[in-house]
Design a protein around this ligand. Structure first.
Ligand code: GMT
Length: 376
């Protein structure tokens, strides 16, 4: 199949899922065309069956806002014609589903019919998409897609609650490539560079936006390190990083917290971590938690959105109400204080993560593509 994937090429979860899916599809013999404004971060090497087409938006002073959707839909039309693309899979409704619908209509005018598959990832529904400024366009593009998927039951329910949806929504969860995590665990362990042998390593990975409640990560670690000798490794970057650095200084724990910035090698950091913190305000799935679990790292998280579909309370970690840092700390200490308990959680985390193995999820997408093509 010749498939175009449209996504945000950044460190966000939707871009990561789209990129990993494209790579996996290409390995199954499909021809995959990434169409976005920058080469996706996890697409290091352009491999066989993968092409990247950059969407350029020329700056023009008349425009206060440069029209990205227009450039994207034109690019989609051109690429579909040039490469005989059979299906568009757009990740994140805004503005990708909308631009894809415009492209579809333009192509139809030229006698080409092509299905659109839209994957909803979370903030396109819960935070941004449901804003009255965007709502009609988001609902329209979801309803006009030939197939719609959401990454969790929780996100599906949110979508049905927030929008007037007439289309079916199929839940296709985020996934992980277990082979990659097995390889990372064999990689040289650099644990000694970050912590003393008797210290536990606690990790947080995100784009440091408000929704991640970064201050809760720091407050939670502050409580943990009072009882369990430990270090906190903060991976990623974003608007909340600076306030978090200030908070660590204010709490007198700056020497115990390492801010690593953005990293393409999260798996190599997770392989020596003992606990992962994800106290987000909302999370449609929590890919970061799944990636931690795949490395055998238990998770302390909030019990919001789709996280309970991934992190199983009392098995792969613990969940508590958003903002309940005290309960989270008690649970974290319970996991960390004894090797035997920690090892049990590590084993469970790995086993639960294995249920989200890449191959079965990629097959689900393939089935969905075939259905959408046959429906035309
Ligand atoms: O969480 C982020 O900041 C990035 C965001 C995105 O849109 O790329 O992630 C969303 O999609 C991921 C992949 O499906 C999910 O695992 C994340 O839970 C979801 N984030 C939120 O819902 C806040």
């Amino acid at each position: 199949m010749r498939i175009a994937i449209v996504c945000y090429p950044t460190f966000g979860g939707s871009g990561v899922v789209a990129t990993e899916l494209g790579i996996a599809l290409s390995k199954r013999g499909h021809e995959v065309h990434f169409i976005t404004y920058k080469q996706p971060v996890r697409l290091d090497l352009l491999e066989n069956n993968i092409q990247f087409h950059e969407v350029n938006v020329p700056e023009y002073p008349l425009f206060h806002y440069q029209p990205y959707e227009l450039a994207l839909s034109s690019k989609l039309v051109d690429m579909v014609k040039l490469h005989d693309i059979e299906l568009l899979h757009v990740h994140y409704a805004i503005p990708h589903a909308y631009a894809a619908y415009m492209a579809k209509k333009m192509l139809q005018a030229d006698g080409i019919n092509i299905p659109i598959v839209t994957t909803l990832h979370g903030t396109d529904i819960t935070l941004v998409g449901s804003h009255p400024f965007y709502k009609p366009a988001v609902a329209f593009s979801i309803n006009k897609s030939d197939a719609v998927t959401s990454v969790s039951e929780s996100l599906k329910n949110d979508t049905l609650r927030l929008f007037k949806i007439t289309n079916d929504i199929e839940v296709v969860p985020n996934f992980i490539d277990l082979v990659k995590y097995k390889e990372a665990s064999k990689a040289e362990c650099k644990r000694h560079l970050l912590a003393a042998p008797e210290e536990r390593i606690i990790t947080h990975v995100s784009n440091f936006r408000k929704v991640k409640r970064i201050d809760d990560v720091v407050k939670l670690f502050h409580l943990i390190q009072e009882k369990v000798p430990s270090k906190l490794i903060m991976v990623g970057d974003g608007p909340e990083r600076e306030p978090a650095e200030e908070l660590t200084a204010k709490l007198g724990i700056a020497d115990k917290v390492v801010f690593l910035g953005k990293s393409n090698e999260v798996d190599k950091i997770l392989c020596f971590s003992d606990l992962f913190l994800l106290p987000s305000e909302t999370e449609s799935f929590g890919l970061a938690a799944l990636e931690a679990m795949a490395s055998g790292v238990p998770v302390i998280s909030s019990n919001t959105g789709g996280i309970p579909e991934v992190n199983k309370d009392g098995l792969s970690g613990y969940l508590a109400n958003v903002g309940d840092v005290e309960t989270m700390a008690v649970k974290a200490i319970e996991i960390l204080h004894k090797d035997s308990i920690l090892n049990k959680f590590k084993k469970n985390a790995k086993e639960i993560a294995a249920q989200f193995e890449l191959n079965s999820v990629v097959s689900k997408y393939e089935e969905l593509y075939n259905k959408a093509l046959n429906k035309l």
